[in-house]
Structures are given as structure tokens and as C-alpha cells.
Design a protein around this ligand. Structure first.
Ligand code: SF4
Length: 448
């Protein structure tokens, strides 16, 4: 929540800056109101302070007990409860205050990313960490591939991501560290969340990228929005002549943790109506009013959010349980994989390096059987049992409205087919177009 102090401080500063214009009637009260709303920091419902002393202990403990999600680890260090900090993000200083340097495997001198030994006067460079965290990200939109449509048009996908589950920011008006819950409605998804593992946490660059975006957003939401707008304008100009469409996905990691955050997305979508803006969420608030952002509500959201959703009027994303090889083999065969230019995709590592990658693809009968399996499974499947604004809600999926991703790509978009189709997305090889089309009601996401 924004504190009363923040509200008073913002009103005072906006009014004092506009005093002269107000007196001379050069500015309206409604404009002052807009200026105050823009100047207020972002509303963050799930945030708490972390003192500099506590952060030093947290960094040390995290290095002693690695970020593993292991149940034996102190719950205060559990990756599901606390923010991730990359092990290389905080320098260790010697007792003279100089960064400790060590040789890496190539013999190059690099900053020591280990554990500070307080007995010998070593400490963590918290001021340096604060300074790095408050640097503005160079880019907010990250390129995420192309998609060629049957119409010949190319769609260019960009992502906006923030840290998954929890993040750490600096309150730039005080210098204090604040923990922010970025996915307040995440449930079981945190267990399979790809943004809590792999390259998202292995390398330092993606860590800084996401952490700085969140810090920017929280401290200067208007600046954040303006930077997205500037990047979008630049991309529009760059792709003016090549028959391509820009598509921006909110949150390859993170979620709309507050309505005031979603307001930014809405305003951007209104400002750039020719761009497709879409995203997945586990929050109900983005569906309260109409917006030009195509949102997909995740089925595994918490019940208090599901109670607020009318499932038959809402675009949904349902993650299917993990399929084993044997289960997939009932419906699919493994086929050689090609990229969007038709070139064979080769294995990059391991003993099969250089050979063509394989991926699961439907057999004609397998696809028919899978559609039946899905419609049987979701015939009278409860979206949520009893209670809430809409009471008991059942999902009924008709087999004739279920499409494979390929079939969707061959189906022209017609606005009158709003929320008509249910699309099955294979474990790999399919894109994200279903989540961005308004004629798709449910995206069934397969896992393997
Ligand atoms: S809501 Fe998304 S980003 Fe957040 S934990 Fe779940 S899967 Fe990960």
C-alpha cells in the first residue's frame, strides 16, 4: 500500500510545482489530479522492508545454504518465500574496503563472488549493490522470436519480464531495501516455473535485467511506462516497411501484482492500438474492466481469485499434467524439427550434437483421440466449486471446438468467434499465438 506520508509528499510537491500556473488559470484542477496520480509511486500490496543489516545476513546465509528450494533449508531462505539474489551480484570487500579479486578458470582476475569472512574484516558491498540495482535497465522489451502466419505476415514477439515470485528493490526516496511479492497469486505453478530455474538464475545478466526493471517500475512507474512507449515507437519505425506486426507479452516472468501496475499495461495498449498486447495472469483484477490487453487467466490461480472470474466469459490457460513418453506415444510420433525458415534444427550439446533435433507431433488418429480425451476430461470439470460472485462453475469443452495449434494457424481469425476455440499446445514446437487470439477460449498447455 502507498503510505499516507507518500501521498502527502506527492500532493505537496505537485501542487507546489504548479502553484504559479494554477494562480494564473493556465492549468485545470483535473490536470493537477492527473499529475498527482502519475507522480505517486506504484501501489504494491505485498511488500515489506529489509534492513541493510538483515540483507547482509540474508546474502551470507543464501551463499552458505545455496538457493535450492530444499525443504531442509531455513524457510526464510526458501526460494518460494524470499527474493533471489544472484551470487555474483554483491561484491565482497576486504578490510580496506577494496573488492576482493580472484583468478577464474581462464586465469583472468574477476571479483570474488564467495562468502565474506567477518573475522578477517571482510564484508559485502551493500552500497555497491544498491547502486547497481538502481541503475535503469537499458531495455525493457526483450526480443522473443518471430512467427510467420499463413497470411504471409510476420509477427515479432517481445517480452516484458520482472523477477518471478519475489523481487528486491530499493526505495529510492530513502535508500531502504524492500521485498516485493511479484506473483502474489501463484499456487502450484511455482514448482514448475521456468523463471525460477535455468538461465533465469544461472547467469548474472538476466538477474540484473529483471531486478532493475522491477526497481524502475516500483520507483518510477511513469518513467517505466514512457520507456516502454519509446522502445515500442522505435520498433514500429524499424519494422515499418517489412509487413510485420509487433506483439508484446507481459510477463514471461512475474505477474500484475497490483491494479495500478495493470493500469500501465492498459494505458500502453490504448496508446498503441495497432500492437497486440497480451499476457497470462493469476490475478482477477485485470478482468474487472474492458481493456485492450488480451489477458489469459490461469486455471491454477488461487480460489479467492477464481471466485471473481466468470469462466465462460474469460480467456483461460490450463496447464495439463506432465505426460510421460509412453503417454505421448499414444497420440504422437517423434519427427525431425525445423525452424521457422524451414532449416533443420540441430542438437547443440551432448553425444547427439550435430544431429537433427526431434519433436513430438500429432498422428491424425492421435489428434482425434486426444481431442476426445480432453473433452471427456473437461466435460463438467469444475472451474471452481461453489461460492464467489458466480457460484459453482463447470467447464464444458466440446470436441468440435478443440483445435491443434497447427489447425488454429490455418483457421482465419473472425471477431464473431470470440472465445470459441480450445487449443492444445504441444510440449514443444508450438508458439504462443493462441494466447494472443480473442477467438480462443482455452489454451491447453501440455507438459513433458
Ligand atoms: S505466476 Fe508465472 S512467473 Fe510467477 S511463479 Fe507462477 S509460473 Fe512463475
Amino acid at each position: 500500500m502507498i503510505s499516507l506520508h507518500e501521498i502527502k509528499r506527492t500532493i505537496k510537491s505537485v501542487v507546489s510545482e504548479s502553484r504559479r500556473d494554477l494562480k494564473r488559470g493556465r492549468i485545470k484542477l483535473s490536470e493537477i489530479y492527473e499529475m498527482i496520480m502519475e507522480a505517486l509511486p506504484l501501489d504494491i500490496p505485498n511488500a515489506g522492508p529489509m534492513s541493510a543489516q538483515n540483507i547482509e545476513k540474508y546474502i551470507k546465509d543464501r551463499k552458505v545454504y545455496p538457493y535450492s528450494g530444499n525443504k531442509k533449508v531455513d524457510p526464510n531462505l526458501d526460494k518460494y518465500n524470499r527474493p533471489f539474489i544472484h551470487k555474483g551480484a554483491v561484491d565482497v570487500l576486504d578490510k580496506e574496503g577494496n573488492p576482493i579479486m580472484v583468478k577464474n578458470s581462464k586465469g583472468k582476475l574477476v571479483r570474488y563472488a564467495g562468502i565474506a569472512d567477518a573475522r578477517s574484516g571482510e564484508r559485502y558491498d551493500i552500497d555497491g549493490f544498491r547502486k547497481l540495482l538502481t541503475e535503469r535497465p537499458k531495455r525493457i522489451l526483450a526480443e522473443n522470436g518471430k512467427m510467420k502466419k499463413s497470411s504471409g505476415e510476420t509477427e515479432l514477439y517481445y517480452n516484458i519480464g520482472i523477477p518471478a515470485l519475489h523481487g528486491l528493490v530499493v526505495d529510492e526516496s530513502t535508500g531502504d531495501f524492500i521485498e516485493v511479492t511479484t506473483c502474489p497469486n501463484a499456487g502450484s505453478c511455482k514448482v514448475y516455473c521456468y523463471a525460477l530455474r535455468g538461465n533465469y538464475i544461472r547467469f548474472e545478466a538476466p538477474y540484473w535485467n529483471a531486478a532493475r526493471k522491477l526497481n524502475f517500475l516500483v520507483n518510477d512507474p511513469t518513467g517505466f511506462k514512457n520507456q516502454v512507449a519509446t522502445e515500442v515507437r522505435y520498433l514500429q519505425k524499424r519494422h515499418q516497411k517489412d509487413n510485420s506486426k509487433l506483439v508484446v507479452r507481459w510477463h514471461d516472468a512475474g505477474d500484475f501484482f497490483s491494479p495500478s501496475y495493470f493500469k500501465i499495461a492498459k494505458e500502453l495498449a490504448d496508446e498503441f492500438p495497432t500492437i497486440d498486447w497480451y499476457g497470462y495472469t493469476k490475478a482477477a483484477h485485470p478482468f474487472k474492466d474492458d481493456s485492450n490487453v488480451t489477458m489469459n487467466f490461469s486455471y491454477d490461480a488461487k480460489p479467492d481469485q477464481k471466485y471473481q472470474i466468470d469462466a465462460h466469459k474469460t480467456k483461460l490457460a490450463i496447464t495439463l499434467p506432465d505426460f510421460s513418453d509412453a503417454e505421448l506415444a499414444q497420440y504422437m510420433v517423434k519427427k525431425p524439427k525445423f525452424d521457422d525458415k524451414g532449416k533443420p534444427v540441430l542438437v547443440k550439446k551432448g553425444p547427439k550434437k550435430g544431429t537433427q533435433e526431434l519433436e513430438w507431433d500429432w498422428t491424425p488418429q492421435g489428434l482425434k483421440d486426444f481431442k476426445k480425451f480432453i473433452s471427456d476430461w473437461y466435460r463438467n470439470m469444475p472451474f471452481i466449486r461453489g461460492g464467489g460472485e458466480y457460484g459453482e462453475q463447470l467447464l464444458t469443452v466440446e470436441p468440435e471446438n478443440i483445435l491443434s495449434y497447427q489447425e488454429l494457424m490455418e483457421t482465419p481469425y473472425k471477431p464473431e468467434n470470440k472465445l470459441k476455440y480450445c487449443v492444445v499446445i504441444r510440449p514443444s514446437g508450438d508458439g504462443d499465438v493462441a494466447a494472443n487470439r480473442k477467438d480462443v477460449w482455452i489454451s491447453f498447455l501440455m507438459y513433458h
